[in-house]
Design a protein around this ligand. Structure first.
Ligand SMILES: [Fe+2]
Length: 508
């Protein structure tokens, strides 16, 4: 059989490690399986060999452990269409990513791993339709901000049961920190710094049965935000004044390494702690999706002291208007602008971590209070992107965001501060899976001050469903009250649609 796979991240160093063939006493697939980066002819499969934390299996041997993988047309594996062997490398925490190629476009597949006679749970994935093919419908779930300590992942249980093409997760997959006020269950330890500590943090999340079910049910497409590393970090700067950029880059490299070890992602470039995360996906002629990295290349938040990164409420801060400041970095910005201009999909979806429409509030003297970690803190970078949409007459652009812990539907104007400027894009921001939102009085002040925000509620947790057809995108905001209980049911908080050729969400 054709070995249609590549082992990614870095090639195992077979000179350093022996190969072992363990016999398992505990289930070695305690962290489940996952698939991601769905293309027309390939997907990436993931698992990490690890016995249940606290089990009696002990640590895995410091050896390369062979794993078989199988991809089939059916969940019982009667028709296996691809298979192979991959080595779980201790240098990568015994995680594996297999990019399975030469698959058929637009169809489901089932996959599993086998080790020492033990089979993993079965995962289901789906390839994207062929490039240029007509596509009737695309169905996505949009999710972000899953603080393990602040709730159960009931939303993932519901997403797992949906018929979807993919889950689009726009950041804060793990949290580096705790908030004792909202703690319902505990992380395994304090803030991670080393690679082993970040691995343990990811394992805590991946051991959650609802998150595992959601990964096993659908391919995921991921962007990251700050909490995968440190709150509000910006490029090589953290909010810890005693942590130099050189020292923080070491923490960041450990966090990035652990992140890739735990996701079905083939990193495009991985070099001395830097990695390319931004990526592009397409579903035939129906939709393009650009997933952005708003952390690795961004400028420092405005008016911060010294070399520290941190979001703050800012007012009368001259640095805000510095035109050289960036969210995406010059190279990613150019890549996005070029892609938007040349993309052939009817819909141009932009997945990124936070809210792009403004949400500052006015003060009596006319100046606006803005929160400096979001796009409001980078107005020149936002203006460059929105004027690019306007100048090139790009239609059917929809921003998909997260981070701010509220469901939002908003108009995005060519000039966000001019109520007469044309609406050039639509925005949907999903509420957090679990993380607490801002208080209601502040939420209503923000709504009152920003008429382009058509809907915003921070009191409920949840996710969004997006049904995309040639004619429209329907967005359903699913939600549940806080705190998230183990068996709380979700309800529909709001529905919006965007019609092709007419920018701006309309309430249904
Ligand atoms: Fe968050």
């Amino acid at each position: 059989m054709l070995l249609a796979a590549q082992q990614v991240l870095s090639a195992p160093n077979t000179h350093r490690w022996r190969v072992a063939h363990p016999q398992w006493r505990d289930n070695p697939f305690a962290l489940g399986v996952a698939s991601g980066q769905p293309r027309a002819d390939s997907v990436v499969l993931w698992t990490r060999l690890m016995a249940q934390p606290g089990g009696d299996g002990g640590p895995l041997p410091a050896a390369l452990l062979p794993l078989q993988w199988q991809v089939a047309h059916d969940p019982r594996f009667a028709r296996i269409v691809r298979s192979g062997t991959v080595l779980a490398d201790p240098a990568q925490g015994h995680s594996v990513r297999v990019q399975v190629q030469h698959l058929t476009p637009g169809r489901p597949y089932w996959y599993r791993f086998l080790s020492g006679g033990v089979a993993s749970p079965v995962g289901r994935t789906r390839t994207a339709p062929a490039d240029g093919a007509p596509v009737d419908r695309l169905r996505l779930a949009l999710a972000s901000c899953q603080h393990y300590e602040q709730g159960w992942f009931t939303a993932h249980r519901e997403i797992a049961a949906q018929e979807l093409d993919a889950v689009v997760f726009v950041g804060d997959y793990i949290y580096d920190s705790s908030n004792l006020r909202f703690r319902l269950r505990s992380h395994e330890a304090d803030s991670p710094c080393t690679l082993d500590e970040f691995r343990a943090r990811h394992a805590t999340y991946k051991a959650d049965p609802d998150l595992q079910a959601c990964h096993a049910a659908h391919p995921w497409i991921l962007a990251w935000d700050d909490h995968e590393v440190r709150n509000d970090y910006a490029g090589q700067l953290s909010d810890e004044e005693d942590l130099s950029p050189a020292a923080f880059v070491q923490v960041r490299a450990a966090a990035y390494q652990a992140y890739f070890e735990h996701q079905p992602l083939a990193p495009l470039h991985w070099q001395s702690g830097q990695v390319r995360m931004h990526d592009h996906f397409r579903w035939g002629r129906l939709a393009d999706l650009w997933m952005l990295d708003g952390r690795q290349y961004r400028s420092q938040q405005p008016c911060n002291p010294g070399q520290t990164a941190r979001g703050r409420v800012r007012w009368r801060c001259d640095t805000l208007d510095d035109s050289t400041r960036t969210v995406l970095g010059a190279e990613q910005e150019r890549w996005l602008h070029d892609g938007l201009r040349s993309g052939s999909g009817r819909w141009k979806l932009i997945g990124q971590a936070t809210q792009i429409s403004p949400w500052g509030v006015p003060t009596p003297d006319g100046a606006r209070l803005v929160y400096s970690d979001g796009w409001d803190g980078y107005p020149a970078a936002r203006a460059r992107l929105l004027s690019h949409l306007h100048q090139h007459g790009l239609e059917n652009v929809v921003f998909l965001g997260g981070d701010v812990h509220r469901h939002v539907a908003a108009n995005v104007r060519a000039n966000v501060f001019d109520p007469q400027a044309p609406v050039v894009a639509s925005e949907f921001v999903t509420s957090s899976l679990t993380t607490a939102g801002i208080p209601d009085p502040l939420m209503s002040w923000i709504r009152r001050s920003n008429p382009d925000i058509l809907h915003a509620r921070s009191d409920e947790r949840g996710y969004m469903l997006l049904d995309v057809t040639d004619r429209s995108i329907h967005c359903t905001a699913r939600a549940t009250g806080f705190p998230v209980l183990a068996h709380s049911a979700l309800h529909t908080q709001a529905r919006f649609r965007v019609e092709a050729g007419r920018a701006g969400p309309q309430r249904e």
